[in-house]
Design a protein. Structure first.
Length: 75
């Protein structure tokens, strides 16, 4: 983890806007008592992640139906 992308819960509470803006540029790891407890990601990254999960789910569904491999070109 890049130390510029790590924040303690207390620091996050004190300057939430700063860390929300930082999350738009990449993940921010939130520490509680020195242990990573959460990751903040920007909305664009979250939407991309959701799209990837949906695509993967669709690929798996089609593979089950066809009992074979399905490529991205098939979608």
């Amino acid at each position: 983890m890049d130390s510029d992308r790590v924040v303690k819960v207390s620091e996050l509470r004190d300057d939430t806007a700063k860390w929300l803006a930082a999350a738009e540029d990449g993940p921010v790891f939130v520490l509680r008592y020195g242990t990573p407890k959460a990751v903040l990601i920007g909305t664009k990254a979250f939407e991309e992640l959701v799209d990837r999960v949906a695509l993967r789910s669709e690929l798996e569904r089609r593979e089950r139906e066809t009992k074979g491999k399905v490529s991205l070109e098939d979608l």
